[in-house]
Design a protein. Structure first.
Length: 205
């Protein structure tokens, strides 16, 4: 038996993905099993028969399934390393509202934001089955609780704007992160502006 191990990670930020790695021996599927990745580091571990051909299927919620055939060829060390990068599926991709601007420290949407939000409302109107989640972020500096509350107020403001444009509120979920997921840890004004954002995650299409 040969030990097959590796990691399953997101290609964008290299974060570990909680995934299931299934294996089946070809061509008769007479040897099969599954390994769950470690949530903290994305590592999986399998034991497979040397010189046999297998198919591996890597599955994770929100990502495209990977299916790959390979022959278990040992190089004398009893170990094969196979790492996987999983692409987000279309239904869980995020859209950044780059032109969404709020009054400083408030949840008031400025007029400069209307064009982009109107375009989002039109996009949703043309896709009546699509459900989205608005995800609010602030910069990491400042009071954590105040940042969390501000990010929540801002996504709710965007939700109300879309509802007024005719989008059913049942199609819009919200989630506030405060400053827990900054895009950058730099402390320049430009970096802080970049961290203050609302992203649209497509939940259902």
């Amino acid at each position: 038996m040969i030990r097959v191990t590796g990691t399953v990670t997101d290609p964008n930020d290299n974060k570990a993905i909680l995934a299931s790695v299934f294996y089946e021996k070809l061509p008769y599927y007479d040897d099969m099993g599954v390994s769950k990745t470690n949530q903290s580091n994305g590592v999986y571990e399998l034991y497979m028969i040397e010189n046999q051909k297998y198919i591996l299927n890597v599955k994770a919620d929100g990502y495209k399934t990977i299916s790959e055939e390979f022959v278990v060829t040992d190089k004398g060390i009893g170990l094969i390393e196979k790492n996987f990068k999983m692409e987000p599926d279309a239904m869980h991709e995020k859209i950044s509202l780059d032109n969404l601007i709020f009054a400083r420290g408030k949840s008031v949407i400025t007029p400069e934001s209307y064009e982009e939000l109107d375009a989002l409302a039109d996009w949703l109107d043309q896709r009546p089955n699509t459900i989205i989640q608005l995800e609010g972020h602030t910069d990491f500096q400042g009071n954590a609780q105040a940042n969390l509350e501000l990010s929540e107020e801002r996504v709710l403001a965007v939700k109300e704007y879309l509802i007024k444009k005719g989008i059913k509120k049942s199609r819009i979920r919200t989630k506030a992160f405060g400053g827990t997921e900054p895009l950058t840890r730099e402390r320049t004004p430009e970096a802080r502006t970049k961290n203050r954002r609302v992203e649209v995650r497509i939940i259902q299409q």
